[in-house]
Design a protein around this ligand. Structure first.
Ligand code: C5P
Length: 221
């Protein structure tokens, strides 16, 4: 029989990249495929959770049984997440949110009539940091894709964003990061402890993260 150990819990998952418009036909985005977040949503629904999946544009089909909201920009993701946050027990923020967006989206397609051009960027809201400020008993799990100084950056993020757990991965390693079906992650806790995990399927890693989130939730009750 399937293990329904998340029955009674509401789990909100964010996934995918965000797309920040430059003009009506162009946008800024990143290499996130959404696979990690969709795997977490699928694992959580199989274990009996009520699952809210909020995702930027991906090529993936939402798993059966999840409440799905598709968004494009960081601002839209922020609004969707903040609206639901008070009513959830666990948040798993695997989305690769664009840190910056074009200051203005041009109303018309930009013409190629200059030899060079620049696009002014402004900072997007840090959704996860905002959740850390608003948290009232929710278990907050973040992700960090790093290309250098993984442990130092991860420890800073787990503390700075008031997280319960950070899943850090070095996206330069083969078998880790964007687009792959596997990942190599380290679990980083606010007490400074770090648990390195072996190469595993994103679905297996999703279950492992949910095990940790459930244990953290039990510890808070
Ligand atoms: O600081 P960094 O972007 O590496 O942190 C990654 C974590 O923060 C991810 O869980 C991501 O979803 C979240 N984040 C966010 N809003 C941003 C930037 C990152 O929620 N604007």
């Amino acid at each position: 029989a399937p293990n329904r150990d998340l029955k009674g819990l509401t789990v909100m998952v964010t996934a995918g990249p965000t797309a920040e418009p430059i003009d009506p036909v162009r946008y800024l985005t990143n290499r996130s495929s959404g696979k990690m977040g969709f795997a977490v949503a699928e694992a959580a629904v199989r274990r009996g959770a009520k699952v809210i999946l909020i995702s930027g544009p991906t090529a993936l089909k939402p798993p059966a049984g999840v409440e799905f909201t598709g968004v494009e920009t960081a601002a839209e993701m922020c609004e969707a997440v903040l609206e639901r946050f008070p009513a959830v027990d666990v948040v798993i923020k695997s989305a690769a949110v664009a840190d910056y967006r074009p200051a203005r989206a041009a109303a018309q397609k930009i013409k190629k009539n200059t030899d060079s051009m620049s696009i002014e960027l402004v900072k997007n809201p840090d959704i996860l940091a905002e959740l850390g400020r608003r948290k009232e008993g929710q278990v907050l799990v973040g992700f960090a894709a790093e290309t250098s100084n993984l442990e130092k950056n991860a420890l800073q993020k787990v503390a700075g964003k008031n997280l319960d757990l950070l899943v850090a991965n070095d996206v330069t390693q083969p078998g880790a990061g964007f687009g792959t079906d596997t990942n190599i992650a380290k679990l980083v806790y606010p007490d400074g402890s770090i648990v390195p995990l072996p190469l595993m399927d994103k679905l297996a890693l999703a279950h492992r993260i949910l095990d940790e989130a459930l244990a953290l939730r039990e510890g808070k009750k």
